[in-house]
Design a protein around this ligand. Structure first.
Ligand SMILES: [Zn+2]
Length: 691
C-alpha cells in the first residue's frame, strides 16, 4: 500500500468518489452551510472523496477570480471535513480561455456554458474581459508571452478546445502557476489533480524560445523555423524529430514531478489521482500519464462523456487492462469513471468497472445519480473484502509497447488499433487478459505464462534481450501482425534481421523452442476487422442526437484472433450456457477467490443501426429477464481449502449457495436458472462467512 494511505489510516479501496461541480452559484453565492447541506447527502451515500469540477477549469484564464475561487474552495473544504470527506481540487494547469480580442464574450460564453450547464453569467465574470482583452498581466508578466507556439506558423498553438495553453518550459508561467498552487493548497485541500499537462497545436507545439533553447542544449538539434517546418514535422525517419518528441515527453513529465516536489516543500502530502481516457491508442499531446504512473495514488480512466457506453465498452475494457497493470505493484487502486445517467447505465458501468478490478466512479451533467448509485455503494460496502486489492488471475498478458505508440508514424491506424482489436478478440473468446509494460522487469514478465506481442512494431535491443531471457526461462511468446519493424532509434530492420531477432530463426506459424519456452510467430493479420471502436455522440440535445453504430465485431473476433489463440491454448475458465456474451474475470482477494460474470448480451448490435445515449441496456434494467442455467467449468483450483461457494448479486438480498463439484482437471459449478440477469460474483470462500 502507498505510504500516503497508511499515513491517513485509510483503506484506498474503500473510497467512494464523486465529482462536485462548482459554478457561478457555488463560487459566488454559497455559504458554508449551503455546501454542508449538499455534502451531507453525499456523505450519507457513501462518498468519501470528492473531486471538484468547474466552468473555471481553464484556470489560467480566470486569474482575476483566483481569490474568489480559493475562498469558495476553502468553504467547500471545511464543509467536507466536517463530514469526513476529503477534497481533491481538479483544474487545468495550463489551458486558458481564448484571448478575447478576436472573439469577444460570446465565444468565451460558449466555452463557459459548455462546462457549466449554461449558467455562466457575464455579470459574474466581467473582470475576465479586461484581463483577456487588453491587460493580460499576472504579477506584471504578460500571459501572452508564455503560450505554446505552433511550429507551422510561429503563432499561438491552438489546443483541442480552440483555446491556448501555457508552455511548461516557460519560467514565468511556472513561477506564476506554482505560486497559485501554493494559495490553493492553503485552502486545506487533501488532494490535487493538475489536469491537461500536454502539448497541443495538432502535434506542432511547442516551439517557443524556451523550448528551442532547451531542446538545442539537451539534444544538439535545432528546431526549424516555420518555413522549413513541414519537412521536419511528422518525419519519424528523422532522428531529430524523434528527439523532439522525447524532449516533449521529458518536459511534461518534469512538470508533474516538479509539482510533486513543490507540494512536499509546502509540507503537505496531497492525494494525487490522475486519469487518461486513452493510453493505448496514441498520444499525440505527449501526456506523460503512464510515464508518471508512480506519482498517482489512484490510476484511472475516463470513459468519455460523449462515448455511448453500450457501444463503446470494448474499447474501455482494453484501457482498463492497462490501468489495472499500471496500478499493480504500486499498491494503488485503479478506477473507471463513467457518465451514466439512468439506473441501467449506472448498473452497467458499475458492473463493468468492478469486473475489471476497478473502483467505479460516475458523474452526469444535470442529473443527480446519487440515489441510483446507492444500491451498488451499499453492496460493495457490504462485500468490501471481495473488491479490495484484487490480484488478477489471467490467461495471457498483452505487451504494451510505448515506443510503438509514441515513436512510429500513423501509429493508431497502423499498429495500436490492431493491438487493441486483438485484446478485444481475446476477451470475447473467453481469455482473461493482463498486460505487461516496457518498464516491467524479467521477474514481472515471468509471472505470466503467455505474453502476446500484437503489432509491437518498435522494439529495442534491451527489450529483445529480456524476451529471450523470458522464453529461455519457460515463457511463451505469441507474435501477431507487424513485429520489430524498427529499432529504438527508428531504423528499419530487414526481414532477415527480424526473423533472426531471437538468435534462433523464426518460421511462420510454427512453434519454435528456445530454452524451456517457446515462440509462435503468426502471419495472421486481423487488420481493421477486429477493432471495435468507441461511438461518440454529442449529449445535451433535446430530442437526443443519434448516430450510426459500428456493427459488432464479436463473431469476427472469435473467428480471427480468438480462434488462433484457442489453437495455441485453452482458456482455463469456460462459461457453458445458452448465452454467448457472458464474460468472466477472476481475482484473488483476501481469503477468497472471486469470479465476476457480466452479461453483455444485447449490447453492440450486429447490424449498423442508429444509436444514442438514450438507448436502454436491456439486461441491466430493473426487472430484466434472469439468465438460464450456467455451468462454470474451471481448470484452476485455488491453493486453499474452499469452505463455501456462493453467488452474490446486487439483484438479490441474500447470497445464493452453490455446489462445487470436482471434475477431471478442476471443478464445475452450476448456477441455477433465474439467479441473475446482468452481474454476479461467485465467491470461493476460505472462511465461509458470507455476511
Ligand atoms: Zn515552449
Amino acid at each position: 500500500m502507498k505510504e500516503i494511505f497508511r499515513e491517513m489510516n485509510q483503506n484506498p479501496w474503500e473510497q467512494g468518489f464523486c465529482w462536485f461541480w462548482c459554478n457561478d452559484d457555488e463560487i459566488f453565492f454559497y455559504s458554508e452551510e449551503d455546501f454542508e447541506r449538499r455534502v451531507e447527502i453525499l456523505a450519507n451515500s457513501g462518498i468519501t472523496v470528492i473531486m471538484t469540477f468547474s466552468l473555471t477549469h481553464f484556470r489560467m484564464g480566470f486569474y482575476p477570480y483566483w481569490k474568489e475561487l480559493n475562498e469558495s474552495l476553502a468553504k467547500l473544504v471545511r464543509a467536507c471535513h466536517k463530514w469526513g470527506i476529503r477534497v481533491v481540487e481538479h483544474h487545468s494547469a495550463s489551458l486558458t480561455s481564448r484571448i478575447l480580442d478576436e472573439g469577444g464574450w460570446e465565444k468565451l460564453d460558449g466555452e463557459l456554458s459548455g462546462r457549466s450547464k449554461g449558467v455562466a453569467k457575464y455579470d459574474h465574470w466581467k473582470k475576465i474581459f479586461p484581463f483577456l482583452t487588453y491587460d493580460y498581466t499576472i504579477d506584471g508578466i504578460d500571459i501572452r508571452t508564455f503560450m505554446q507556439i505552433d511550429g507551422r506558423t510561429g503563432e499561438y498553438a491552438r489546443n483541442r478546445y480552440g483555446t491556448f495553453t501555457a508552455c511548461y518550459n516557460n519560467p514565468d508561467y511556472r513561477k506564476i502557476y506554482f505560486n497559485y498552487m501554493k494559495s490553493v493548497v492553503e485552502t486545506g485541500i487533501d488532494g490535487i489533480m493538475n489536469d491537461d499537462i500536454q502539448f497541443f497545436g495538432d502535434e506542432h507545439a511547442c516551439t517557443c524560445e524556451h523550448c528551442r533553447k532547451l531542446f538545442r542544449e539537451q539534444t544538439g538539434y535545432t528546431l526549424p523555423n516555420p518555413e522549413n517546418w513541414n519537412e521536419f514535422a511528422g518525419n519519424y525517419d528523422n532522428p531529430a524529430y524523434i528527439a523532439w518528441k522525447k524532449f516533449k515527453f521529458d518536459s511534461t513529465e518534469r512538470m508533474y514531478r516538479d509539482l510533486g516536489e513543490f507540494y512536499k516543500t509546502l509540507g503537505v502530502q496531497l492525494i494525487r489521482p490522475n486519469y487518461s481516457s486513452c493510453v493505448l491508442k496514441q498520444n499525440p499531446t505527449c501526456y506523460p500519464f503512464d510515464l508518471c504512473a508512480d506519482l498517482w495514488d489512484f490510476i484511472f480512466q475516463e470513459n468519455c462523456n460523449a462515448d455511448i457506453m453500450k457501444e463503446s465498452y470494448m474499447d474501455f475494457m482494453a484501457e482498463a487492462v492497462h490501468r489495472f497493470a499500471a496500478g499493480r505493484g504500486r499498491g494503488v487502486p485503479t478506477m473507471s469513471m463513467f457518465y451514466p445517467d439512468r439506473p441501467d447505465s449506472v448498473y452497467f458501468s458499475w458492473a463493468l468497472a468492478r469486473s475489471w478490478g476497478q473502483i467505479y466512479t460516475g458523474t452526469a451533467t444535470g442529473v443527480d445519480i446519487t440515489p441510483m448509485e446507492l444500491p451498488y455503494r451499499k453492496f460493495e460496502k457490504k462485500y468490501l473484502r471481495f473488491y479490495e486489492a484484487p490480484e488478477k488471475i489471467s490467461d495471457l498478458a498483452f505487451y504494451f509497447s510505448r515506443r510503438t505508440r509514441d515513436f512510429t508514424a500513423n501509429t493508431f491506424k497502423r499498429f495500436m488499433r490492431h493491438m487493441m482489436g486483438s485484446m478485444q478478440a481475446a476477451y470475447v473468446s473467453g481469455f482473461r487478459l493482463d498486460m505487461v509494460m516496457e518498464e516491467d522487469s524479467l521477474e514481472s514478465l515471468l509471472r505470466h505464462k503467455t505474453i502476446v506481442l500484437s503489432y509491437v512494431a518498435m522494439l529495442s535491443e534491451s527489450e529483445i534481450e529480456r524476451f529471450i531471457a523470458y522464453v529461455r526461462a519457460g515463457g511463451k511468446l505469441i507474435i501477431l501482425g507487424d513485429f520489430a519493424l524498427y529499432d529504438a532509434d527508428g531504423r528499419k530492420r530487414t526481414e532477415t534481421e527480424i526473423l533472426n531477432i531471437f538468435g534462433e530463426p523464426l518460421s511462420l506459424n510454427q512453434k519454435i523452442n528456445l530454452g524451456k519456452g517457446e515462440i509462435f510467430l503468426s502471419d495472421f493479420r486481423p487488420e481493421e476487422v477486429e477493432f471495435q471502436p468507441t461511438i461518440g455522440c454529442k449529449r445535451g440535445h433535446t430530442p437526443p442526437l443519434s448516430t450510426f453504430s459500428v456493427p459488432s465485431k464479436w463473431e469476427a473476433q472469435k473467428a480471427g484472433t480468438g480462434n488462433l489463440l484457442r489453437t495455441l491454448m485453452t482458456p482455463r475458465i469456460e462459461l457453458i450456457s445458452d448465452h454467448d456474451r457472458l464474460v468472466a474475470t477472476t481475482f484473488d482477494v483476501k481469503d477468497a477467490r472471486v469470479m465476476h460474470i457480466v452479461n453483455l448480451t444485447d449490447t453492440i448490435s450486429a447490424e449498423r443501426v442508429q444509436v444514442s445515449h438514450d438507448d436502454l441496456i436491456p439486461n441491466f434494467c430493473e426487472g430484466a429477464k434472469k439468465l438460464s442455467r450456467i455451468t462454470v467449468k474451471s481448470e484452476e483450483l485455488p491453493d486453499f481449502d474452499v469452505k463455501k461457494v456462493y453467488l452474490l448479486t446486487p439483484e438479490r438480498e441474500e447470497p445464493i449457495p452453490l455446489d462445487m463439484v470436482q471434475a477431471e482437471k478442476g471443478f464445475l459449478i452450476e448456477i441455477p436458472e433465474n439467479t441473475f440477469a446482468a452481474y454476479a460474483m461467485i465467491v470461493l470462500d476460505k472462511i465461509g462467512n458470507d455476511k
